[in-house]
Design a protein around this ligand. Sequence first.
Ligand code: CDP
Length: 212
Amino acid sequence: MIIAIDGPAASGKGTIARQIAAVYGLQHLDTGLLYRAVAKAVLDAGYPPDDVEHAIAAAITLDPAKFQDIALKSQAITEAASVVAAIPQVREALMNYQREFATRPPGAVLDGRDIGTVIAPGADVKLFVVASPEVRAKRRVLELRARGEAADEQEVLADLLRRDERDSRRTAAPLMQAPDAHLLDTTHLGIDAAFRAAVDIIEAVRAGRKRR
Ligand code: CDP
């Protein structure tokens, strides 16, 4: 089984993806880490994130062993990730890794922006997870502070909105809901309720019922 979970920044897709993978016994890939790792490699080498040549080279030589690096979650890398992610050749270089991950037994949950539209258009279940910008900013602030990073709510909100806009407007695999994806709005849902709502959708799809 392949489950595709897409959505804007800090919508809760990562948390849902991890929990869903655990309960269904599937592998989980946070595909944002790939773009973050590319961005970090480019910045570490002293180039700006829109340096197309170096970004492509970093994508081609990507080392998944580095996905655990906590530095990938910093705000500077987050911003740079959405810049390298707009480069079509970077996305192309990262495609095989994601598709192979998705099709390897026993199956996988992938979360990102283009999983249901580009990486796994034939996924068994597709979720598009959204939440209001204000709620997403609040959640991201808590995450950042929990990791010891200073975070101002208004700044975080502005960052999220700028990134959403860049991710939605780019021509290469923009952030959008696949026509057959099920919308899950977590604005008023805590972690447990969001997880249960996701399971309900997955079970309904598996039972052959159609739900939106
Ligand atoms: O956790 P958050 O949603 O803030 O970020 P993320 O999922 O790690 O993604 C970071 C950036 O990578 C996004 O802003 C996108 O530009 C890019 N990305 C993408 O283009 N395609 C994906 N499948 C995953 C992430």
